[in-house]
Design a protein around this ligand. Structure first.
Ligand code: NAP
Ligand code: GLV
Length: 306
């Protein structure tokens, strides 16, 4: 069995060593133009030339959860595409989102500003029931985030393409229930995949349906958000703030207003990192399962785009 590794922006050696250790029967090589055909590929942001040459691949494993960039390429018809299925990302995402929600709800930035000015001020407590959190996308990451938020007794709403039945989560389904979902939510967390249906979904129309004092947490993809619409709704006061981890262009250009906006907190696409060892173990286990003819989780449905 031959495995080729083609991950732009990733130090290849530790991955190659890890894959060789996990699958000693396999020949694992770093892809180079003109390389011999492989059975499996481990990829992130490969060039089009990679797929133009490796047309015989059986399965392609992305070393991330989102496959939007991969699906923009011309892909070999024979291959299945498999994304990371949690692999240690769900708990990181739960930490990040709970931190952002609690920081906003408990006014921790206001306290930090007070303390920096030498002010010992105690502000009135806020009513948790007024801070319902709406999670767009109830997949692997969204479900873990929802579960974590219910532990803090926040009212939690969830929106997905197909119906879910999750403890403590009020479920909304499909485009016909999107408006009701937004109207029931004050803090909005985006954990959707980027597809033709979800691009630009965080826009003036949708964000203005959030309850007054709304707060936006975008941890999925920058292209979900219409930047100018967010800025307009923050400046009008309808939205109280935003925490953004992902952007149309990354790194975020230094001239972009998000860097300096007083109501926006940014982080450099770090809310849920790919963990190398866990990911290698997951990918190796899935290659073995495919070789046995067993089903694997995280198969990309090319028809829906995630
Ligand atoms: P997932 O398991 O595939 O879940 C996607 C969820 O979105 C599912 O609940 C799906 O509904 C829902 N959905 C998709 N299209 C929809 C639509 N048109 N309308 C309503 N709901 C829709 O994905 P995941 O593993 O949770 O990851 C989600 C995304 O997070 C990734 O695609 C990636 O972009 C992002 N991400 C970001 C970071 C970071 O560091 N910032 C890290 C990892 C992932 P169904 O359940 O009905 O299918
Ligand atoms: C990161 O953004 C991922 O999709 O894993």
């Amino acid at each position: 069995m031959k495995i080729t590794f083609c991950c732009t922006g990733t130090e290849p050696e530790p991955w190659l060593a890890g894959l060789r250790a996990a699958l000693p029967q396999a020949q694992v090589e770093l892809w180079q133009a003109g390389a011999t055909p492989a059975d499996y590929a481990v990829v992130w942001a490969p060039p089009q030339q990679f797929f133009d040459e490796q047309v015989q691949l059986n399965a392609v494993f992305a070393i991330g959860a989102g496959v939007d960039a991969l699906l923009k390429l011309r892909l070999p018809a024979s291959a299945s595409f498999v994304r990371l299925d949690d692999a240690g990302m769900a708990v990181q995402m739960a930490e990040y989102v709970c931190h952002a929600v609690i920081r906003h709800f408990r006014e921790l930035d206001l306290y930090a500003a007070d303390i920096s000015q030498g002010r010992w001020t105690v502000h009135p407590p806020r009513n948790r029931a007024d801070f319902s959190v709406g999670i767009m996308g109830l997949g692997v990451l969204g479900q873990r985030v929802a579960q974590a938020l219910t532990q803090f007794d926040f009212p939690v709403n969830g929106w997905s393409r197909t119906a879910k039945n999750l403890d403590g989560v009020r479920g909304f389904v499909g485009s016909q229930q999107l408006d009701a979902f937004l109207a029931a939510s004050r803090i909005l967390v985006n954990l959707l995949p980027l597809t033709v249906k979800t691009q630009g979904i965080l826009n003036r129309n949708t964000l203005s349906r959030l309850q007054p004092g709304g707060y936006v947490i975008n941890v999925a993809r920058g292209a979900h958000l219409v930047d100018d619409d967010l800025l307009a709704l923050l400046d009008s006061g309808h939205l109280a703030g935003a925490t953004l981890d992902v952007f149309h262009t990354e790194p975020l250009p230094l001239t972009h207003p998000f860097w300096r906006h007083p109501k926006i907190t940014i982080t450099p696409h770090t809310s849920a990192r790919t963990l190398r060892e866990t990911s290698i173990a997951q990918i190796a286990g899935k290659i073995e399962a495919i070789e046995r003819g067993d089903p694997v989780a995280g198969m990309v449905n090319l028809g829906v785009g995630y």
